[in-house]
Design a binder for this molecule. Structure first.
Ligand code: PFF
Length: 436
């Protein structure tokens, strides 16, 4: 359970959610995102955990075993394979952003935030982005951190540390919120994020919110399936899921409030994009009492949260290699790590030297990987898992895993079998221009 929480809580909450809110019209995005968490995220997280706990294997072999158990075609194993690949694609950019966080631990430490203005903070971040060497250095350090854990086998020590680190993250966030409330513009932030504005809900907003619900809860690629396979029999899947989903969502929304309060007080652009937290947080840390220490701690906690998430992005693929070939775990980890590192190099360059290189629809390398995984591959993976659990597995097996009372089981079944598939399919049809 701790591992799953560690996987879910990461850059998705702290780095991505705040800027996604700004880019997608504020409250419109928040509303749709929260609905997606409840109607799609929670039921599908239960589904993914139940698949993992029943299969007791890596996603590819696990899907195959479940298909055989249900007397269905082994073709389902490719769903597990797709998930593993998706994880590696995500890690390609996740590691670069993890590198930004590592860089900011040091920036907080060497006093470069002290008394910083909004304009200086933005310039500081731009300077980081335009330095390929810095980006590559920190991306390499982050990849190294991730792969050295994976090479030894994910150990319980790191996951147990989540016991202390997740509450610490909440605690330090409350300090930041308190500060933002006293010097920032909290009422503007609140209005921006929570005052309903239905006019801003567009297909793109819905697609982004749905994709982010998957990204934020680590759904649709088998990470949760792997951790579900470690979940003991007596632990309730529903309760575990609800705790994690609520903590994950609450954390993200609180970070959003703290950030937007500073954004509005400093006349920054809410739609600044991926640099948003790196441009705003230094202003807070540069002016609050004890800001250097709090800044260092805050960025260290984010780095830790990112680290436990990044491990879960490669673990499915590594587990598959180790369980199916004679390749030793550490060799598999360093080889795959090198391949993902190379992908990350292209991502790092897409912020500077290769900024003009467009892959599809005018998107650069970073944007392509991000959109492809969050808005297509993760929801597609989730959709197929829902269909498998809902229509291909024996109902009795599903019931055994979920161990829910009749009413709760019916509710899960309705959301898993009907609501989630319809919502995801409708969004896809929009995306492909079939429904206009
Ligand atoms: N949920 C992680 C975050 O919010 O940072 C990112 C992530 C991890 C996505 C693992 C997908 C995944 F399988």
């Amino acid at each position: 359970m701790l591992a799953t929480a560690g996987s879910a809580i990461g850059l998705g909450n702290i780095w991505k959610l705040p800027y996604m809110i700004g880019v997608n019209g504020g409250s419109a995005f928040v509303m749709v995102f929260v609905i997606c968490i409840f109607l799609v995220g929670i039921p599908l997280m239960m589904t993914e955990i139940l698949l993992g706990r029943r299969a007791q294997k890596n996603p590819l072999d696990g899907m195959q075993a479940l298909a055989i158990e249900a007397n269905k075609s082994s073709i389902w194993k490719y769903l597990g394979g797709m998930g593993m690949l998706t994880g590696l694609l995500i890690l390609g950019f996740y590691s670069v952003i993890g590198g930004w966080v590592l860089n900011y631990i040091f920036e907080a430490g060497n006093g470069s935030f002290t008394g910083i203005s909004a304009a200086q903070s933005t310039a500081n971040f731009d300077a980081l982005l335009s330095s390929p060497l810095k980006l590559l250095f920190w991306h390499t350090v982050f990849m190294f951190m991730t792969m050295s854990v994976v090479a030894h086998g994910v150990n319980s020590g790191l996951e147990k540390a989540n016991n202390i680190l997740i509450p610490s993250l909440f605690a330090i966030l409350l300090v930041l919120l308190g500060y933002s409330m006293s010097v920032g513009n909290m009422s503007a932030a609140y209005q921006f994020m929570f005052k309903p504005d239905f006019s801003k809900i567009t297909p793109v907003v819905v697609l982004s919110a749905l994709g982010h619900a998957f990204f934020s809860l680590s759904l649709g690629m088998g990470a949760v399936m792997v951790y579900g396979s470690y979940l003991q029999r007596h632990v309730s899947i529903a309760r575990t899921t609800i705790y994690i989903a609520l903590a994950d969502t609450l954390l993200g929304l609180l970070v959003g409030l703290a950030i937007y309060s500073l954004v509005f007080a400093n006349h920054l652009a809410p739609n600044a994009g991926p640099g948003l937290i790196f441009q705003t947080l230094p202003i807070a840390f540069g002016h609050m009492p004890g800001g250097s220490i709090i800044g260092i701690l805050f960025f260290m906690l984010i780095a830790f949260a990112a680290w436990t998430s990044s491990i879960s992005l490669v673990e499915p693929a590594i587990a598959w290699i180790v369980e199916n070939t004679k390749v030793k775990r550490h060799i598999a980890a360093w080889t795959l790590g090198f391949a993902v590192w190379l992908l990350g190099v292209t991502v790092a360059l897409s912020f500077n030297e290769w900024r003009g290189v467009k892959i599809i629809f005018g998107l650069n390398i970073f944007e392509t990987l991000d959109k492809l995984t969050s808005t297509i591959l993760l929801p597609l993976g989730g959709l197929l898992m829902a269909i498998f659990a809902g229509y291909f597995m024996q109902k009795q097996h599903v019931q055994e895993e979920l161990d829910l009372q009749d009413k709760a089981f019916k509710l899960w079944r309705f959301t898993n079998n009907v609501i989630a598939p319809i919502a995801i399919t409708a969004v896809f049809l929009y995306l492909f221009g079939i429904i206009k």
